[in-house]
Design a protein around this ligand. Structure first.
Ligand code: ARG
Length: 451
C-alpha cells in the first residue's frame, strides 16, 4: 500500500509484530458499511461514475458474504482488516477499487469502524443486561417475602428479604444500562472525513456519510477525531463497573451456597464437582465471574495507560486499543449469559433463611426505636439496648427473652412485641425500605419497565 517510497519489503518479523488482522478481522461488517457510505459520497462528488460505485458496492458485499461464509483468506502481510478488504476489492474489481481510498486514511477509517463496533455491541449488552435483570426479578418475585438477615461488615444487621436483596442488583444493572446509553450517545458521531489528521483537499459530504451510517452528527476537529479513544475508555469503564456489580453478586451467592450460610442452592447444571472430593458442589460460575472481572478492570487500565503519553494525533500504539476492547465485550457478554441462566435456576433454602432471620439480635435496632417512640433520646436508647444485648450474651439468654422492665423503667410491658419479624418489616414503609408492600410495589414497577 505504500510501496512507492520503499525499496525493501517489510521484514517478516515486523509483519508479525505489527499485524492486527488476527483480531481486527471482526470489524469487517463495519469497515464495509463505512466503505460503501464513503464510496457513495465519492459518487455524489463526481469522483466515481455510477458503474464504478456499483462495482465497489457489489464487490464489497461479495467480500462480506465470503467472510461470513468463512471463505475469505486474511493475509498477515496486509496488516489489518482495512487493507485486507481494500486489496481484495481491487483484485476483484480492478481500477475502481483503487479509487476507494480517496480522501480517506486508515486513521479515520479505524476510528469509524470501532465506533460502529462499540455501538452495535452496546445494543447487544443492553439486551443481555435486561435478560439478567429479568432473571433476578423472577427470583425476587419467587422469594419476595423470604426473610434473611441483611449484613454490614458481614455481621448480621437487620432483617430484609431475598426479594429486596435481588432487587438491589436490578437497580445496579439499571444504572449500568443508563451508563451504556449515555456512552452510546457520546460515541455516535462520525470521524470519517478527518483523513490522516487534517481532513482532505477533496471535500466529501461528511454529513451524508454520517447519516447513512446512523451517526447523529460528525466530529468537528480532525485532530481530536483521529486521536480520540475516550469512547473506548468509557465503554471499558462501564463494562468494568457492570463486572464489579456481578462480582459482588457472585460473592453473595458463594457465601449463600456455603454450608455455613446454607441460604441458596445452585442447580447441578451450573456447578462443578471435584475430581478428588466426592461430596463437593462448587460455585465455579460465581468464582469465574469474580475472577474475570479482574480482567475487565485490567483492560480499562491497559487502554488508559496506552493512551496517556501519546502526542496528537494517531500513533501506532492506538492499535492496542482493540484487544482489551474485544476481550471486555466478549467477557461481559458471556458473564451476562451464564449468570442469567444460573440465577434463573437458583433455589433458596427457605427453612435455613428463616432460622437465620429468627435471630432476635436482628431487631436490637427496632428495640432502640421502640424506646425512642417512648420519648428516650436515641443515643440513650442505643446504650440501654446495648446493655441488654451484653446481658443476653453474658447469660446465654435470647435477647427477646429478657425481662426488660426489670432492666430499665423506660421499657413498657409491650417491649417484647418488638421481636416480631413480620411486624418489624411491615413498619419499614418509607420509600426504599423493605416492607413487603414496598417490595411488591417495586416488583410491579420493574415488571412493567423490563418488558
Ligand atoms: N490497524 C491500525 C489500527 O488499528 C489502523 C490504522 C493504521 N494507521 C496507520 N497510520 N498505520 O490502529
Amino acid at each position: 500500500m505504500w510501496k512507492g517510497r520503499f525499496s525493501q519489503d517489510t521484514s517478516s518479523l515486523v509483519q508479525q509484530f505489527g499485524e492486527s488482522i488476527s483480531y481486527d478481522w471482526r470489524l469487517f461488517p463495519h469497515d464495509i458499511a463505512g466503505s460503501i457510505a464513503h464510496a457513495r459520497a465519492q459518487r455524489e462528488a463526481g469522483l466515481l461514475t455510477d458503474e464504478e460505485f456499483s462495482s465497489i458496492e457489489s464487490g464489497l458485499r461479495g467480500i462480506k458474504a465470503d467472510i461470513e461464509a468463512g471463505a475469505f483468506e486474511f493475509r498477515t502481510s496486509l496488516e489489518d482488516i482495512h487493507m485486507n478488504i481494500e486489496s481484495e476489492l481491487t483484485r476483484r474489481i480492478g481500477a475502481a477499487g483503487a479509487k476507494l481510498h480517496t480522501a480517506r486514511s486508515r486513521n479515520d477509517q479505524v476510528a469509524t469502524d470501532t465506533r460502529l463496533y462499540c455501538r452495535t455491541e452496546i445494543d447487544g449488552l443492553l439486551r443481555s443486561i435486561t435478560d439478567l435483570q429479568k432473571a433476578l426479578l423472577d427470583r425476587a418475585d419467587r422469594y419476595s417475602a423470604t426473610v434473611i438477615p441483611g449484613y454490614t461488615h458481614l455481621q448480621r444487621g437487620q432483617p430484609v428479604t431475598v426479594g429486596h436483596h435481588f432487587l438491589a442488583y436490578v437497580e445496579m444493572l439499571e444504572r449500568d444500562k443508563s451508563r451504556l446509553i449515555d456512552c452510546r450517545k457520546r460515541l455516535n458521531i462520525s470521524p470519517l472525513g478527518s483523513g490522516a489528521l487534517a481532513g482532505s483537499t477533496i471535500n466529501l459530504d461528511r454529513k451524508a456519510i454520517a447519516e447513512e451510517l446512523g451517526f447523529d452528527d460528525v466530529t468537528y476537529n480532525s485532530m481530536d477525531a483521529i486521536a480520540d479513544r475516550d469512547y473506548i475508555a468509557e465503554l471499558l469503564f462501564v463494562i468494568s463497573l457492570a463486572g464489579v456489580h456481578l462480582s459482588r453478586l457472585s460473592e453473595d451467592l458463594i457465601l449463600w451456597c456455603s454450608a455455613e450460610f446454607g441460604f441458596a442452592a445452585l442447580s447441578d447444571a451450573h456447578t462443578t464437582g471435584s475430581s478428588l472430593m466426592p461430596q463437593k458442589k462448587n460455585p465455579d460460575v460465581c468464582e469465574l465471574t469474580r475472577g474475570k472481572t479482574g480482567r475487565l478492570v485490567g483492560n480499562l487500565m491497559n487502554l488508559l495507560v496506552a493512551v496517556k503519553g501519546l502526542p496528537l494525533t494517531y500513533n501506532r500504539d492506538l492499535q492496542e486499543d482493540k484487544p482489551p476492547l474485544f476481550d471486555s465485550v466478549d467477557t461481559l457478554r458471556l458473564i451476562l449469559a451464564v449468570n442469567t441462566e444460573m440465577i434463573g435456576a437458583m433455589e433458596l433454602k427457605e427453612q435455613n433463611c428463616r432460622s437465620a432471620a429468627a435471630d432476635p439480635m436482628l431487631l436490637a435496632t427496632d428495640l432502640a426505636d421502640y424506646l425512642v417512640k417512648k420519648g428516650v433520646p436515641f443515643r440513650h436508647a442505643h446504650e440501654l439496648v446495648g446493655k441488654a444485648v451484653a446481658e443476653a450474651l453474658a447469660s446465654g439468654t435470647p435477647l427477646d427473652q429478657l425481662d426488660f422492665e426489670a432492666i430499665d423503667p423506660a421499657y413498657g410491658p409491650d417491649a417484647k412485641d418488638v421481636f416480631c419479624i413480620e411486624r418489624a418489616l411491615k413498619s419499614r414503609t418509607n420509600p426504599g425500605a423493605p416492607s413487603i408492600a414496598n417490595i411488591l410495589g417495586e416488583l410491579e414497577k420493574w415488571r412493567e419497565r423490563l418488558i
